[in-house]
Design a protein around this ligand. Structure first.
Ligand SMILES: C/C1=C2N=C(/C=C3N=C(/C(C)=C4\N[C@@](C)([C@@H]5N=C1[C@](C)(CCC(=O)O)[C@H]5CC(=O)O)[C@@](C)(CC(=O)O)[C@@H]4CCC(=O)O)[C@@](C)(CC(=O)O)[C@@H]\3CCC(=O)O)C(C)(C)[C@@H]/2CCC(=O)O
Length: 209
């Protein structure tokens, strides 16, 4: 007997989002934040994620407006940069991931840091007004926060800080949340990851359409 399953992509999305809205506690989110949270939950397949998502005041509006204005999206990993749905970005926004740029391994050795962190040094010319999407590397988020301690470092418009894992993820996000240099979104604790981060960008980009 062949397996019977839903084959209509739009119907699958409709059913997923209806399930999330029925099962997740979305009450803490504003009207601007809710579609972003729903899409992050969708990417994680986990309605309990809702309890760990935090938006600083004005984040969703600021990030959406920056995307609508053509802000670059700066990504820590290729998994993030490749996941962004280009068609949702109405302003042909540059999507930049410097992780695999040729100088990065030498820079990392010289800095005594990871490639993920060293790659952010190449963001400097693109940082002003950008939307930052960190979905993998805790060291990238820590390094960004250190860069932004310098008042001369250009400011991004908004930061999605959702690195995942057991070493530095919770701590880097707690540091961002404790003193956000610009509006930000985090997933508290060990949870996070590239897919959740991409989902947030894709939701914010859709709002800008
Ligand atoms: C310590 C690292 C962690 N990586 C995690 C999870 C995942 N990483 C994947 C992949 C394919 C990549 N991770 C690198 C970014 C690589 N990962 C690291 C680093 C060693 C250090 C980062 C940090 O601690 O901040 C980092 C290398 C570096 O020097 O910066 C990656 C570049 C490694 C590589 O392939 O060379 C690569 C990114 C590729 C890209 O997209 O551009 C995973 C898919 C794991 C796998 O391959 O099995 C997975 C993806 C998770 C996600 O959703 O993004 C952690 C868990 C973040 C971990 C840091 C914390 C910890 O608890 O260990």
């Amino acid at each position: 007997m062949p397996h019977i399953y839903e084959t209509d992509g739009a119907a699958i999305y409709r059913q997923s989002f209806a399930t999330i809205r029925a099962e997740a506690d979305l009450a803490p989110f504003s009207a601007d934040e809710e579609p972003v949270a729903v899409r992050m939950i969708h990417a994680a397949g986990m309605v309990e994620l809702a309890a760990h998502i935090r938006f600083s005041s004005g984040f969703a509006q600021t990030a959406s407006a920056a995307l609508a204005d053509g802000a670059p999206v700066l990504c820590d990993a290729r998994m993030v940069s490749e996941g962004i749905t280009r068609a949702r970005l109405s302003a042909n926004n540059p999507i930049i991931c410097t992780l695999n740029a040729p100088p990065v391994p030498d820079m990392a050795r010289a800095m005594g840091n990871t490639r993920s962190a060293a790659a952010l040094e190449l963001w400097r010319p693109h940082l002003a007004g950008a939307v930052v999407a960190i979905g993998n590397a805790p060291t990238a988020l820590f390094h960004l926060l250190n860069m932004l301690e310098d008042p001369d470092c250009p400011r991004p418009a908004a930061i999605i800080g959702c690195p995942v894992g057991f070493v530095g993820a919770a701590e880097s996000k707690a540091a961002l949340w404790a003193a956000p240099p610009v509006p930000c979104c985090i997933v508290e604790g060990r949870l996070g990851g590239s897919a959740i981060t991409v989902a947030a960008i894709n939701a914010l980009a859709s709002r800008a359409e």
